[in-house]
Design a protein around this ligand. Structure first.
Ligand SMILES: NC(=O)c1ccc[n+]([C@@H]2O[C@H](COP(=O)([O-])OP(=O)(O)OC[C@H]3O[C@@H](n4cnc5c(N)ncnc54)[C@H](O)[C@@H]3O)[C@@H](O)[C@H]2O)c1
Ligand SMILES: O=P(O)(O)OC[C@@H](O)[C@@H](O)[C@H](O)[C@H](O)CO
Length: 381
């Protein structure tokens, strides 16, 4: 069995590739990072370190790689032969890989291959659906009409904290012990593979919203408030009592929304929040606020982890004060080497904060939420 996985980065090697290899797949990573691909082909294995109470080293084998910049034809061939295709490249890269995926599916169509599933493992709602739309856009009419016979694009939620790595070995990846991979079974096509660690569900919405609006909302607000306070890591930021309290209150806000929308039991959701905060405080993880806050334009998007729940709470006549504080802090995030952060800062400088808020979040000047964000922004700047 062959699995093709796009993105041999932190989550690709540290989570998805590991589970697929352990499920018996030969895992072919596709990436543009030459060093990583060359090393994968030299060794055909790598090490995952689990950062728990006691560290554990696991060897992941049966792996290889293709450099998609140098050898796109090999990627098309691999897709044509694959039994499963997954991605963890980042939401904005999905469109970039859709051309080669389209070619791979077209090749399967010509050869009359069995249908295959593409699972985008990105932090977003509807990642696989977005990939499908991008692929379909590139197809001719006949290909588009038969796309549903040849390929499934089940949406997914993935959860495992994998910080940036700093080992001498470029393949080694250190991860937290916790993991969760949930896939919408109703969107699968053909054979539904049994993969230990992957849970199929019939309704993904409660899982992806709970994950994105708790883990990623809490993470992002910790990162942005931590950055303002001058801390380097998520753990250091949360050790600040004021930041801990703000993050917890923001998660109580999203918790109220999630419980109302999905009927989660209050005590169970409180336990979920507590567990997540303890994951952020894992003493063995060194997770920089600049990684967790990365790409703030994406994170300030109208449906993403900050503005998404805040807008929905306003619709329920609630005032999302702590989410608004996180949004204000995101607008002030300006580390070097983060292109999106630089774009936000330039926009604020050139067009003013009002235009910046409306253009990145789609929250309008007359909205109640706008006023709360502005209040926090003025206090923090
Ligand atoms: N790290 C985490 O804790 C974590 C957890 C859950 C989900 N995610 C999600 O997984 C995705 C990847 O995150 P990450 O932390 O692994 O990032 P990462 O930067 O470590 O990995 C991304 C990989 O994609 C590769 N890539 C970039 N452009 C490419 C292209 N055109 N073709 C092929 N490969 C390309 C990069 O070279 C890199 O190796 C994101 O959507 C992220 O939100 C991350
Ligand atoms: O990957 P991002 O940029 O969407 O978000 C940064 C972190 O919050 C994220 O990578 C978490 O570590 C991960 O989602 C935990 O499952």
């Amino acid at each position: 069995m062959l699995a093709v996985h796009f993105g041999a980065g932190n989550i690709g090697r540290g989570f998805i590739g590991k589970l697929l290899s352990q499920a018996g797949y030969e895992v072919c990573f596709v990436d543009i990072n030459e060093t990583v691909i060359d090393e994968l082909n030299k060794r055909n294995r790598y090490t995952v370190e689990i950062l728990g109470e006691e560290s554990e080293q696991i060897t992941v084998d049966g792996v290889r790689g293709i450099n998609s910049q140098k050898n796109p034809e090999a990627v098309v061939d691999a897709i044509a032969e694959a039994d499963l295709i997954t991605t963890a490249v980042g939401p904005t890269v999905l469109k970039l890989i859709s051309s080669v995926i389209k070619e791979g599916i077209a090749k399967r169509m010509v050869a009359g291959k069995d249908p295959v599933n593409f699972i985008a493992c990105e932090n977003m709602i509807g990642g696989s659906s977005l990939l499908k739309d991008a692929v379909a856009e590139k197809m001719n009419e006949a290909e588009r009409e038969s796309l549903n016979e040849y390929a499934g694009f089940p949406d997914a939620a993935v959860d495992r904290i994998v910080p940036n790595q700093s080992h001498e070995d470029p393949l080694k990846v250190a991860v937290e012990p916790f993991y969760e991979w949930v896939v919408d079974q109703t969107m699968m096509i053909g054979h539904v593979p049994d993969i230990a660690g992957l849970t199929y569900v019939n309704d993904l919405a409660p899982y992806i919203e709970r994950k994105l609006f708790t883990v990623n909302t809490g993470h992002a607000i910790t990162a942005y408030l931590g950055y303002q306070a001058g801390t380097n890591t998520i753990k250091e930021a949360l050790e600040d009592k004021g930041i801990y309290s703000d993050v917890k209150k923001a998660l109580e806000e999203t918790g109220e929304l999630l419980q109302q929308k999905h009927g989660f039991e209050s005590s169970k959701h409180d336990a979920y929040i507590t567990k997540i905060l303890s994951r952020f405080l894992n003493p063995h993880l060194v997770d920089e606020v600049t990684r967790v806050g990365r790409a703030p334009i994406r994170k300030l998007g109208p449906n993403d982890r900050l503005v998404g729940p805040a807008r929905q709470l306003v619709e329920l006549n609630k005032e999302p004060t702590y989410l608004a504080k996180g949004i204000a802090a995101a607008l002030l995030f300006d580390p070097q080497n983060d292109e999106e952060a630089a774009t936000i800062q330039n926009k604020i400088k050139e067009d003013g904060i009002t235009n910046a808020i409306t253009s990145f979040t789609e929250i309008q000047e007359g909205d109640q939420l706008f006023q709360i964000i502005m209040k926090h922004f003025e206090e923090m700047k």
